[in-house]
Design a protein around this ligand. Structure first.
Ligand code: DC
Length: 226
């Protein structure tokens, strides 16, 4: 298998993947692409259509037909990218708790995964992409030149989500994080797991710049044949 000049970053929710990927993309001049946005957008589109997230055929149809667009960010309000669904800016709606609590159910349907991972693979194969998700190194882009699995304890990840949000209680965030971990790791198709050749980094108590430096050092040693 020929290596592709793209980087795969996988790991559980709120492990710091997006921050690492954004920093890495900026350092290397690569495109940053967060595949979780697409699963969130499909879930949001299902809810917008008053659809039932337990209806896999309906969710698959939505994944195949909804116009999901991820574009460079046009508004300076803390967003990483603009997310449009059927022509409407839904960047913040895809982060709402209603979407958060259903996205793992929608992401487990084979038809949904097939539709989205084909689009992701097409983007990743162009090269010079830092792609973030759960199955990038294992399924979407197994030929990525570097695969990172970024981990952190569930308590630390729940604390990060809790600090991003207002009006939610820590115990509830922790419970929902544990449930999402369970669903993401136990689904039949493309469950969250560590690729055999991935570098595993634990982000507990580490600043983003320390993790970035670690990954840049790995790339440098790769380039030197190490
Ligand atoms: O990274 P995130 O929290 O935005 O991801 C949202 C959901 O999408 C998460 O529950 C797992 C799922 N997902 C996936 O199954 N495969 C991916 N490549 C990316 C995300």
């Amino acid at each position: 298998m020929d290596t592709i000049n793209s980087i795969a970053i996988d790991g559980p929710a709120a492990s710091g993947k997006s921050t690492l990927a954004q920093n890495l993309a900026e350092s290397l001049g690569y495109l940053f692409f967060d595949t979780g946005l697409m699963y969130r957008a499909v879930t949001c589109a299902v809810l917008d259509r008053n659809g039932d997230v337990n209806d896999g055929a309906f969710c698959t149809r939505v994944a195949e037909t909804a116009q999901i667009d991820v574009r460079p960010c046009s508004v300076d309000d803390g967003r990483q990218a603009d997310v449009y669904i059927d022509g409407q800016d839904r960047t913040w709606q895809i982060r709402a708790p209603e979407v958060e609590s259903c996205v793992s159910i929608v992401a487990a349907y084979p038809g949904v995964r097939k539709a989205l991972s084909a689009q992701q693979r097409r983007i990743g194969l162009r090269g010079e992409v830092v792609m973030v998700g759960r199955d990038i190194g294992t399924v979407v882009l197994p030929e990525a030149r570097l695969k990172v699995y970024l981990d952190a304890s569930v308590e630390e990840r729940a604390r990060r989500r809790f600090e991003e949000r207002t009006g939610e209680d820590y115990a509830a965030v922790l419970e929902s994080m544990k449930e999402r971990d369970r669903l993401d790791a136990s689904r039949d198709l493309a469950p969250l797991r560590i690729a055999e050749d991935a570098v595993v980094i634990n982000s507990d108590g580490k600043d983003a710049d320390v993790i970035l430096a670690e990954v840049l050092a790995i790339l440098k040693s790769q380039a030197n044949g190490g």
